[in-house]
Design a protein around this ligand. Structure first.
Ligand code: NAD
Length: 420
């Protein structure tokens, strides 16, 4: 099949290789297979921003729709120094499988701007976000494509997108993004949803392996939106969170970290570095700590063939997208490490985004208990479905999750046919 130089990146190669492997196993027809290897549309924009220094800097931004067979597309927006067209395209493909696996009426999308958000002022970030939104405005909308927070973006960024889009349309359009603040149509429970979903999978995995969660050692790489929520929910379920990290490094206390104190420190100092009463640990070391549950919740390509032989957990629940390479996956499999793959483990975020979209369209808002219990139900259902399929297919959970996700898209495409 044709090469795709436009999307050249490690992550895209992995995403396409995963699709190819499952296509072979599923006996996917050639036409569907070849179509799904390519995104439906991909937009590149340049974004001039007047910086606080008075100079203008130009940033590159992307928005990619991978597939629309199941409905409008949905996917996060990432602000990070490593963002590229290839990365965003791979993440859009993962979103297609994730939404399909969860039974949500969405195709997959992703967006990104190559920038270092932690080195930018709030005003610069607002200018960047508003201009990016104006540049991609033809690609987004409540019936077309609905962005959400991802690495380096948050509810404030979503508010600026919603406001910019609404200004252009002449009326307020809350449904254009999810992950909004509550005051402008956000959903209760959205902030912690991805972390809550990760823990719902961890609970199921521990039950399956007869591994008690009580006092289990939990390690979290990436103490951000996903990682911090996952750590706190793990602790609330009786586990012992022994180490967490951020982009600058991590902290370790084998007796269990006091997460209240960790939060207070991060609020004041921004990074974990210097947190008193715990040992410092690097982002490489943290992944190799002996523990029951490891949750990578930072960036991709963290567990590779170089360190997979030294990963010392029983359950690896992928909060991040693409933290494990294909080669590492095979090694973890051989070593009997139970991997809950990203498209299942971190699907809680898009699931509650879907709840937010539904609540917004109906102008009827649910209680936090309703949101959380519906989320847990859907996560448990998806986990058990994938586990059963893995049993019948004699595969690992990643392959089973991909089979389920790709199969639903295949059926939708078959029913719809090819236009014209
Ligand atoms: P975030 O920006 O809130 O937090 C990311 C955390 O990782 C921060 O603590 C940051 O300092 C740290 N980090 C950044 N680069 C790192 C590196 N190289 N090594 C170690 N730590 C690093 O982002 P987030 O929204 O929590 O997203 C984290 C991951 O979860 C991403 O892979 C994202 O795609 C995935 N994800 C997020 C959501 C969501 O709802 N936010 C949903 C599904 C998947």
């Amino acid at each position: 099949m044709a090469e795709m130089p436009e999307f050249e990146s490690e992550m895209h190669r992995t995403a396409v290789a995963q699709l190819d492997q499952v296509a072979e196993r599923l006996h996917l027809d050639h036409d569907t297979h070849v179509r799904l290897r390519y995104p439906r549309r991909a937009l590149v924009v340049s974004i001039p921003v007047r910086m606080d220094s008075g100079h203008t800097e130009v940033f590159m931004g992307y928005r990619v729709h991978h597939n629309t067979a199941l409905g409008p597309t949905k996917g996060g927006l990432r602000y990070d120094a490593e963002v590229s067209m290839g990365e965003v395209t791979a993440l859009a493909m993962l979103m297609t499988w994730k939404c399909s696996l969860m039974g949500l009426p969405y195709g997959g999308a992703k967006g990104g701007v190559r920038c270092s958000p932690r080195n930018m002022s709030k005003r610069e970030l607002e200018s960047l976000t508003r201009r990016y939104t104006a540049e991609i405005i033809l690609m987004i909308g409540p019936d077309l494509d609905i962005p959400a927070p991802d690495l380096g973006t948050d509810e404030q960024v979503m508010s600026w997108i919603m406001d910019t889009y609404s200004q252009q349309k002449g009326h307020t359009v809350p449904g254009v993004v999810t992950g909004k603040p509550i005051e402008i149509g956000g959903s209760l429970g959205r902030l912690e949803a991805t972390g809550r979903g990760v823990l719902a999978c961890v609970v199921e995995a521990c039950r399956h392996l007869s591994l008690p969660l009580e006092n289990a050692r939990v390690v979290v790489q990436g103490y951000g939106n996903v990682g911090a929520a996952a750590a706190k929910i793990a602790k609330s379920l009786g586990a012992r969170v022994i180490a967490v990290s951020d982009a600058k490094g991590g902290v370790l206390d084998t007796n269990g970290l006091d997460l209240g104190k960790v939060d207070a420190w991060v609020r004041e100092h921004r990074f974990l570095t210097g947190f008193p009463g715990a040992d410092e640990i690097s982002n490489t070391e943290i992944l190799e700590l002996p523990c029951e549950v490891l949750i990578p919740a930072a960036v991709q390509n963290q567990i590779t063939e170089r360190n997979a032989g030294r990963i010392a957990c029983r359950v690896l629940a992928e909060g991040a997208n693409g933290p494990t390479t294909l080669e590492a996956d095979a090694i973890l499999d051989e070593r009997g490490i139970f991997v809950v793959p990203d498209i299942l483990a971190n699907a809680g975020g898009v699931t509650v985004s879907y709840f937010e979209w539904v609540q917004g369209l109906q102008q009827f808002f649910w209680t936090e208990e309703e949101v959380n219990s519906r989320l847990i139900n859907l996560m448990q259902r998806a986990f058990r479905d994938v586990l059963t399929l893995a049993g019948s297919q004699k595969s690992n959970l990643r392959t089973a999750a991909l089979i389920r996700g790709i199969d639903r898209v295949k059926e939708a495409k078959r029913r719809r046919g090819v236009f014209p």
